[in-house]
Design a protein around this ligand. Structure first.
Ligand SMILES: Nc1ncnc2c1ncn2[C@@H]1O[C@H](COP(=O)(O)OP(=O)(O)O)[C@@H](O)[C@H]1O
Ligand SMILES: NC(=O)OP(=O)(O)O
Length: 322
């Protein structure tokens, strides 16, 4: 197989917290340092890499801090929290990736870009929250917050998790800047947490091509990664998470891993309700959208396999057009 010219890699929240989901600064830096080694290996093959990442644990924690401190200092809206997580995760990824590239003798540097993603203010995702964020809590503790008006969901073995508004990404506003940085030789870290959600406020700003403002939500980073990969004309999209394959009949005695699969087969499995919303569902939808809109190849696999996933068809769940 010939190596792709440009790949978009999406790092899951699991790749950026400790093994138990711990989001302490030390655990996050250690996890990001590990992830950076795997990304540097892909850069070392000569393929152009654009990197995006989740922010679910981090943005949920920031939201809690805001709410707890609201009587002391002015709270900021959720879109600001998304931007703040792009900054902290972005600079940490840049530090670790620059170090990993230098250790491999590679001359490339990393650039982290605060990135906005356009959404529709009428998106149903604003009225039916689906995006899980922050820590997991036992049901009894989650009930305390539900009583305060928050939305929480049963997430299975790990407990309950808060869910927030999550509209569809429509376009990556800063895609031209990402393309320019990438063409200049930078490994670009961008669209973190799905991008800062913005809407066109529709006002008449004389001379402005667009008039954007942030809106409170957290976009699914896998759906934005697919859009970004299409907008950048990437050949390959790799979604890195904590499982080596997408499973059919996940969590049951008949569970089996999916290897190579066509878009038609995967659509059929998704339509049959095989993939949970808020975890594997958006990843499957993301790879489908990418390939159905002209992308050559998309892979869902675990972080340690991303280099092999870029260069061959032997690891992970590999989706091709046919
Ligand atoms: N059909 C499935 N196949 C594999 N994993 C699944 C499936 N359905 C749900 N999962 C769960 O999805 C998780 C990955 O999703 P998520 O936690 O959202 O990842 P990330 O934070 O890496 O983006 C896996 O750890 C697994 O427990
Ligand atoms: N924004 C987002 O999808 O983050 P996670 O991947 O961490 O859930």
């Amino acid at each position: 197989m010939t190596l792709p010219r440009r790949v978009v890699i999406a790092l899951g929240g699991n790749a950026m917290t400790g093994p138990d989901g711990s989001a302490t600064p030390g655990a996050q830096r250690d996890a990001i340092a590990q992830a950076a080694q795997h990304v540097a290996a892909v850069v070392g093959t000569g393929t152009e890499v654009v990197l995006t990442h989740g922010n679910g644990p981090q943005v949920g924690n920031l939201l809690v801090k805001n709410e707890l401190a609201a009587h002391e200092v002015p709270p900021v809206p959720l879109d600001w929290n998304v931007a703040q997580t792009q900054a902290t995760i972005g600079f940490t990824l840049a530090d670790e990736l620059d170090a990993a590239l230098a250790a491999r003798g590679l001359g490339q540097r990393t650039a982290a870009l605060v990135t906005r993603t356009l959404v529709d203010p009428a998106d149903p995702g604003f009225t039916d929250p689906t995006k899980p964020v922050g820590r997991y809590l036992p049901r009894e503790e989650a009930q305390r917050f539900i009583a305060l008006g928050q939305r929480w969901e049963d997430r299975g073995d790990r407990g309950w998790r808060r869910v927030v508004a999550s509209p569809e990404p429509r376009s990556v506003v800063d895609a031209p800047a990402i393309a320019a940085l990438s063409a200049a030789g930078f490994v670009v870290v961008c669209a973190g947490g799905g991008g800062v959600p913005v809407v066109d406020d529709g006002r008449d700003h004389a001379g402005d091509a667009t008039a954007l403002r942030g809106i409170e939500a957290v976009i699914d980073k896998d759906l934005t990664a697919a859009l970004l990969a299409s907008e950048l004309g990437a050949d390959t999209l790799v979604i890195a998470t904590d499982v080596a394959h997408v499973m059919v009949d996940f969590g049951t005695p008949t569970a089996r891993p999916l290897g190579r699969v066509t878009a038609a087969e995967l659509r059929g499995l998704a339509a049959a309700g095989q993939f949970a919303r808020g975890s594997m569902g958006p990843k499957v939808e993301a790879v489908l959208r990418f390939v159905e809109s002209g992308g050559t190849r998309a892979v869902i696999t675990s972080l340690e396999h991303i280099s092999d996933a870029v260069s061959g068809d032997d690891v992970g769940t590999v989706l091709t057009a046919e």
